[in-house]
Design a protein around this ligand. Structure first.
Ligand code: TA6
Length: 306
């Protein structure tokens, strides 16, 4: 059941003292602001898009958001945890279809919001299907995102197949993590994994990861058949961000580096130096077949380690 309305109406209907309040951002997008004893977080209803998470114990945000991020109807937001669904990357056959699917740029609604016994905040959002979405994806389906904001941030993306026929999705929680300096950052956990290199120069070559992932140039890799945790080791901020996932067999690691970031135009001055994407996904041969009347969930939990 969608809980719809203006921010004022949502505040009245979902009043959770001052732990969850709704307001507007940018060109009128509705944003949920969470402030509980463990952390603060922000979620834009469009796209079911977590745009901020910072534990109260942390000096810096954990989720990165561009200083030039646009909050505009139908536009993707640079940063946060974009929901890439029901396909990852370019559509397999339709060049005019949006990259990374449509979920991140269409309206979603709140279906539940509660305070948990441990003082974490749990809010569930659901994509609002429409003629616009059905024109891109005609399968009867339901997409929901459960967000738990506490000492950790846990996201669970669930696809429900409401029809009789199976369908195949690829997906990602395309999360931008805040770091001190990409050049002083390593990603552990992918050692020995096969990856497809998506940079233009690599022309889709597949290689195997040797040692931790380090960064000296644009890096855009889909690691396949991996279910392990990743750890972002941030020397400058003297912290580690653990990314623990389930229901995901691919991990995407991306930094645009300077030239691509400049071309994209919404990273802000040198913004690319302070972010890295480590995306929990199911892509390429890890795409997921969901049987008729079946469902599939992909979960990821982010936590800080000093
Ligand atoms: O996940 C990495 C990637 O596929 C890159 O190739 C780059 O396109 C990035 O996603 C951002 O895509 P976006 O559509 O959000 O600008």
């Amino acid at each position: 059941m969608f809980i719809l309305g203006s921010p004022e109406e949502l505040n009245n209907r979902l009043s959770m003292k001052d732990r969850l309040t709704f307001g507007k951002a940018g060109d009128g997008l509705v944003v949920a602001e969470i402030d509980n004893p463990h952390a603060t977080a922000s979620i834009c209803l469009q796209g079911g898009h977590v745009t901020a998470w910072q534990p109260k114990s942390a000096a810096q945000p954990v989720v990165w958001l561009s200083k030039l991020a646009k909050f505009a109807p139908g536009k993707s937001i640079r940063g946060g945890a974009p929901v890439c669904w029901p396909w990852f990357g370019a559509h397999a056959t339709e060049v005019g279809f949006p990259g990374h699917g449509y979920a991140r740029t269409v309206p979603w609604a709140v279906t539940q919001a509660v305070s948990l016994a441990d003082d974490a905040t749990q809010i569930t959002l659901e994509l609002i299907n429409s003629d616009q979405t059905r024109a891109l994806w005609s399968h009867p389906c339901k997409l929901s995102l459960e967000v738990v904001v506490g000492r950790t941030l846990k996201l669970t993306l669930t696809t429900g197949n409401l029809g009789d026929d199976a369908f195949v999705i690829s997906e990602a929680l395309h999360t931008y993590l805040q770091i001190g300096d990409i050049a002083q950052t390593r990603v552990l956990g992918l050692e020995g994994c096969e990856f497809l290199d998506k940079t233009v120069a690599a022309d889709g070559v597949r290689r195997r990861q040797e040692g931790p992932v380090t960064f000296t140039e644009e890096t855009d890799r889909i690691y396949l058949n991996t279910t392990t945790d990743c750890v972002i080791e941030d020397t400058q901020l003297a912290r580690r961000i653990r990314i623990a996932k389930s229901g995901s067999r691919s991990t995407v690691v991306w930094t645009p580096w300077t030239e691509k970031a400049d071309k994209m135009g919404d990273f802000g001055p040198d913004g690319w130096r302070t972010m890295v994407c480590v995306e929990s996904a199911n892509a390429l041969e890890n795409a997921v077949t969901i049987p008729g009347h079946g469902s599939h969930s992909m979960s990821v939990e982010y936590s800080l380690e000093n």
